[in-house]
Ligand binder design. Structure first.
Ligand code: FES
Length: 177
């Protein structure tokens, strides 16, 4: 290759390199601006979504609080003797619950969906415990705390009140632990 041609090619390549360099710098800026724009959009969308759903969250919280404080008559005292249990629903018709008249004469009530995998929990009079037959989960009848088997959380406790000869459910405490 003669010198003239070499110089011409080098000049051509140098011009190309400059164009590529500028192009790359512009691309870098584009990426920065795109990242910034994306972050701005994402934050904006999150805030907008949060604000848009806020009224529903507040309404849901208010509804739950209202339901958990509902007062309903469960049974007459004469309908459940010592060592017996009775099923009812509280606070809604979709929440099965159990009222137990313990062997030592106390009344306790819990939502009786097992906290393991939701099977119904029964009162086992002989051992004076609440039993989930699905995987042999045991709960303390006096507290609703898990005693043995897979369940790790307490059963939701239903507050009771006895007025005259009637037992009322007056509230629910969903506990974790
Ligand atoms: S569902 Fe109750 S122990 Fe598994």
């Amino acid at each position: 290759m003669d010198n003239k041609k070499k110089l011409a090619r080098n000049k051509y390549e140098t011009n190309d390199d400059m164009i590529n360099l500028i192009d790359n710098l512009n691309r870098d800026d584009d990426v920065k601006y795109n990242r910034r724009a994306f972050l701005k959009t994402a934050v904006g969308a999150s805030v907008t979504l949060g604000l848009a759903t806020l009224p529903f969250s507040i309404k849901a919280m208010m509804n739950t609080a209202g339901e958990d404080d509902k007062r309903i008559a469960i049974a007459k005292l004469s309908e459940i003797s010592k060592g017996q249990s009775l099923n009812f629903n509280y606070p809604t018709d979709e929440d099965p619950a159990i009222l137990v008249h313990t062997k030592d004469g106390k009344f306790v009530a819990y939502n009786n969906k097992c906290t393991h995998l939701q099977c119904p929990v029964f009162y086992e009079k002989e051992q004076d415990v609440l039993l989930c037959p699905c995987h042999k989960g045991y709960f303390d009848v006096k507290s609703g705390h898990p005693l043995a088997g897979p369940p790790q959380r307490e059963l939701p406790r239903i507050e009771l009140e006895i007025v005259d000869d009637t037992i009322y459910a007056v509230g629910r405490k969903v506990r974790h632990g």
